[in-house]
Design a protein around this ligand. Structure first.
Ligand SMILES: [Zn+2]
Length: 659
């Protein structure tokens, strides 16, 4: 280590000490000893349902760990007993507030103090939220110190949450405080998009809150009424689950086709609709966005948005985005004004229409994406207008803070335009445009976070899609939630923490090394989709031999570790065959160019066999219903792609034969 590195390390150590006075040589506080506990949970804040709910969460997990149920209450008159005291910071006594560390500037923060008493009965743990969400996060933080982790939603009953059974629960004394630099941490998981899976959606919501998201994004289907779908959210209890946790609701997202329906208006007002190939067309994939330069159309749109909000009052962030995949209207006025300028105009008028009645509702639209990729140039932008900026198909090997990141200028211009603030739309959990076998996107999470904090971008939106991949991309959803809440977390270190807790002490170190290699050598995952070399195939084989097989042997009799490892093994097997198929494609092309047609044909036969294996494996994995592969999108998009690669090569070889 050179001198400057030493100074940096010392500085980091000092910062770490300042934010967390937490040391192993300080006296420990034991909440339970060998299954016995006289601790209780006291509520510092009275009559706040979210705090009461947080206390129950704490009680439930402590019971699952130690089999002791700690009573909850305010216990007056006081009998001396050790207590976990939970509530809003403002409701703690002056003396307690002076003990609690100051919370960094930010959102949904909390402070914790673990205070050993002169005698056991005087020991206390203070959990103080800056707001109600902060109080819940403080409870989860304490549980995490006892070993709890919530890596995945509980969608697989064979794969429970990490809640270690231990008769003694002990924690070193100290104090620390955390707050997020991001005001909105929006989770958009697969069961909240299009066809809702309500039981899974409830599990994803619970998981999101545990991992420090504070908002759930809902995206209804476009072929049914949005209002009726909202009522379904309510009837299935999801709105109540949000409210228990003080979580926000974001939606409906891509909805312009719903807010100005062709069925309702097109016969009478064809000119409200978009032009394509000289004709006015409805808002469908082969149609166009409506005519944003038409003032009457915009007025009706704003009116309908207001009616929608009346029917869906629990929406906190009204997200109004053009329907997905639609071209802009091609009329002369729209072309002249530019789509992004008109979008800002349309949204500004919509905000004007609703803000008197709903001053608290935040309004967001889309930028940097699809037909509104180009930043606005001359639009008058409403001061409250927010934009979610989304770079679809982004490569995660160049974070926003990397000089080589090509869309930085676009991001900066949209940030400047978004007067009400910008949300960074992140594809860390998207297997549709991202690798099918997903690596941890630690590199992007780290560099993106650095950039967003520096630029004072105050919100992130994490998409997780499609539904059948929920486990495959769940780790990235977890890492993003945690790392965008707590800026001190190192995502690579979190990968090690994950491996240790999720796969157990025997297999953990090997899995940590495995995932760290995927995270650092980020191109491997992209090349598994296409362009893999012989070296990639060899690397995957080496990973299997060096880390996966020994880990499986070490944990083979140890449920649920063995079960969890089987998921990794299944995905790895597909990755190996996909890389091999990709390499074979390259080999065929090379042989063909060299004129070795017979050899190329033999290789083509091998490619057919490899592809068959991939399809069989993918279907078998999808049928396990463990969140590894999404059968529907695999069959609709991945399989045809693999097959067409074969057909292209078969044709090219046949042509050579003719010559
Ligand atoms: Zn137009």
């Amino acid at each position: 280590m050179n001198i400057s590195a030493t100074i940096i390390a010392a500085t980091i150590a000092t910062i770490a000490l300042a934010s967390s006075v937490f040391s192993a040589d300080r006296p420990a506080v034991a909440v339970a000893v060998e299954g016995k506990s006289d601790w209780r949970i006291e509520l510092a804040s009275k009559d706040i349902p979210v705090v009461q709910w947080a206390a129950k969460e704490l009680q439930t997990s402590l019971r699952r760990m130690s089999r002791r149920e700690l009573p909850i209450g305010d216990f007056k008159p006081a009998r001396p007993a050790p207590a976990i005291v939970l509530g809003l910071r403002k409701d703690f006594s002056v003396e307690d507030r002076s003990i609690l560390p100051r919370v960094p500037r930010g959102f949904d923060g909390y402070a914790i103090a673990v205070l050993p008493g002169r005698e056991q009965s005087l020991s206390r743990i203070l959990l103080a939220g800056e707001n109600d969400r902060g109080a819940i996060y403080a409870a989860y933080d304490l549980l995490e110190r006892f070993g709890c982790r919530w890596f995945y939603p509980t969608q697989d009953e064979n794969d429970p949450e990490v809640v270690p059974k231990q008769s003694t629960l002990s924690i070193a004394s100290g104090s620390w405080a955390v707050a997020s630099p991001f005001k909105y941490r929006i989770c958009n998981p697969s069961s909240w998009i299009y066809e809702m899976d309500y039981p899974a959606a409830a599990k994803q919501l619970d998981w999101a809150m545990k991992n420090r998201y504070n908002c759930m994004a809902w995206g209804p289907v476009s072929n049914a009424s949005m209002q009726s779908q909202y009522r379904q959210l309510k009837e299935h209890g999801l709105l109540a689950e949000l409210s228990k946790r003080a979580m926000l609701l974001y939606g409906p997202g891509h909805c312009f086709d719903q807010l100005l329906k062709a069925d309702d208006y097109m016969a009478e007002h064809p000119q409200w609709f978009g032009m394509r190939d000289g004709k006015r067309v409805p808002q469908t994939f082969f149609g166009a966005q409506f005519c944003w330069s038409n003032p009457q159309a915009r007025k009706q749109f704003a009116e309908n948005a207001a009616v929608f909000l009346d029917a869906c009052p629990e929406i906190s962030i009204l997200s109004l985005m053009p329907f997905d995949g639609g071209k802009s209207c091609d009329c002369p006025e729209c072309n002249k004004a530019g789509a992004s300028n008109l979008l800002m105009l349309l949204l500004g008028e919509t905000i004007d229409r609703i803000e008197k009645k709903y001053p608290q509702v935040v309004v967001e639209t889309l930028g940097g994406y699809g037909n509104v990729s180009a930043p606005p140039t001359n639009a008058k932008i409403h001061p409250r207008q927010r934009v979610v900026w989304a770079h679809w198909g982004r490569y995660h090997g160049t974070p926003y803070d990397d000089e080589r990141y090509a869309e930085r200028k676009n991001l900066e211009l949209w940030h400047k335009a978004a007067s009400g603030g910008l949300t960074a739309g992140q594809y860390y959990g998207d297997n549709f445009c991202q690798p099918w076998i997903m690596p941890p996107f630690a590199m992007a999470i780290e560099g993106d976070r650095r950039y967003l904090i520096e630029k004072k971008i105050d919100s992130v939106f994490v998409l997780m899609w499609p539904p059948g991949y929920w486990w495959n991309h769940g780790l990235n959803g977890y890492l993003a939630g945690r790392c965008f809440f707590d800026p001190s977390l190192d995502p690579y270190r979190e990968i090690h923490d994950y491996a240790r807790h999720y796969f157990g002490p025997a297999a953990g170190p090997a899995l940590a090394a495995y995932y760290e290699q995927w995270a650092r050598q980020i191109d491997l995952a992209y090349r598994v989709r296409g362009g893999a070399s012989e070296a990639d195939v060899a690397m995957l084989a080496a990973q299997r031999a060096k880390w996966l097989q020994p880990a499986m042997t070490a944990a083979k009799d140890d449920a649920p570790y063995a079960y969890r490892l089987s998921k990794v093994k299944q995905l790895h097997a597909i990755a190996e065959r996909m890389a091999e198929s990709s390499r074979q494609n390259e080999e065929i092309d090379r042989l063909r160019k060299e004129g070795k047609i017979e050899e190329a044909k033999k290789c083509l036969d091998r490619l057919r066999t490899t592809t068959e294996h991939i399809l069989q494996l993918a279907h078998a994995n999808a049928d396990l219903n463990q969140g590894l592969i999404d059968k529907q999108t695999f069959d609709a998009f991945v399989a045809p792609g693999l097959k067409s690669r074969i057909e292209e090569r078969a044709k090219a070889l046949a042509k050579k034969d003719e010559k």
